[in-house]
Design a protein around this ligand. Structure first.
Ligand SMILES: [Zn+2]
Ligand SMILES: [Zn+2]
Length: 298
């Protein structure tokens, strides 16, 4: 009887440990061909209107958080810490028009999910930028990228400028951003197939995986610089540079398609040589990960 009990305990412990170790591991590598990304097509879409292009880009760093490294990069220690930033970007045109990308959540949600590290002043400045914006876009529908819209002081003046895709608006995840039913009713979904230009110099590319509504946002500036906002396909540069995605267990918890993300990571790594050169060459492509600044920029 005792032997059976110990045997069962040993078996259960082994299974639990096995699932835990498996859960901390990465999904298998996927070929880049599984996620085709046509930069020429993005550029052509962004330039198609022939209208003046964005001149510059700024950012509001609204919050920071510390997370176990092992929850961000498969195979890393759960005891080591990684700092992530929460930021909103603003693109500006010569005529004063602006485009806001990924309006970050407010103080209450930050405290609830990430503890301290919230900059109220920066959030208020971001809200002013939102109020002045002519267009608002999001890389995806997670609350840390869209809750700034739901919590805007004057949503009635904002909603007509917000361009979220149907996939973003219909995703279950958008509930975490705390939009009211009335607010969601006022947001008109954007329907497009694969590539779409919402404004001069800007083109979207569907990239479902991290969330159903994930998309890349490509920007071609007036001086020829190019930027690709990849949202949360990678939380850290390590995900991308070492081709190690989030641990399986984290992917499962946030409901992402880890295989799709792995293919996107492979594709982004293929175009990375061009982006790495962007710090020195004006015509390179710069990748923007939502939550970590470029390793060579900080
Ligand atoms: Zn996300
Ligand atoms: Zn995020």
């Amino acid at each position: 009887m005792r032997t059976t009990l110990w045997g069962t305990l040993a078996l259960v412990t082994t299974v639990v440990a096995g699932v835990f170790i498996w859960g901390l591991g990465d999904v298998n590598r996927v070929a880049a061909t599984e996620f085709p990304l046509d930069l020429n097509r993005l550029r052509a879409a962004a330039l198609a209107s022939g209208e003046p292009l964005p001149l510059a880009m700024g950012e509001h760093v609204i919050g920071v958080g510390e997370f176990p490294k092992g929850a961000i990069v498969a195979g890393e220690s759960l005891l080591a810490k990684q700092r992530l930033v929460f930021r909103t970007h603003v693109l500006g045109y010569a005529d004063g028009r602006t485009v806001v990308i990924d309006p970050v959540h407010g103080a209450r949600l930050h405290e609830k999910f990430y503890g301290d590290g919230f900059n109220q002043r920066a959030w208020e400045l971001m809200q002013k930028a939102l109020a002045r914006a002519s267009l608002v876009l999001a890389t995806h529908e997670h609350f840390d990228h869209v809750a700034g819209i739901a919590s805007a002081p004057d949503f009635s003046a904002l909603h007509a400028k917000v361009l979220l895709s149907r996939e973003q608006l219909q995703s279950a995840a958008i509930e975490d951003a705390e939009f009211s039913g009335e607010q969601l009713d006022q947001l008109v979904p954007l329907d497009y197939e694969d590539y779409y230009s919402p404004a001069p110099g800007i083109a979207l590319k569907k990239a479902p995986g991290h969330s159903p509504g994930s998309q890349m946002i490509f920007v071609h500036f007036d001086d020829g610089r190019e930027v690709l906002f990849v949202g949360d396909i990678a939380w850290s540069w390590q995900n991308l540079l070492e081709q190690r995605g989030r641990p399986r267990i984290v992917s499962a918890l946030i409901g992402e398609d880890g295989t799709a993300v792995a293919a996107q990571l492979a594709t982004l790594q293929e175009i990375l040589p061009a982006s790495s050169a962007s710090a020195a060459t004006p015509n390179g492509l710069q990748l923007v990960l939502s939550h970590e600044m470029r390793p060579d920029r900080d």
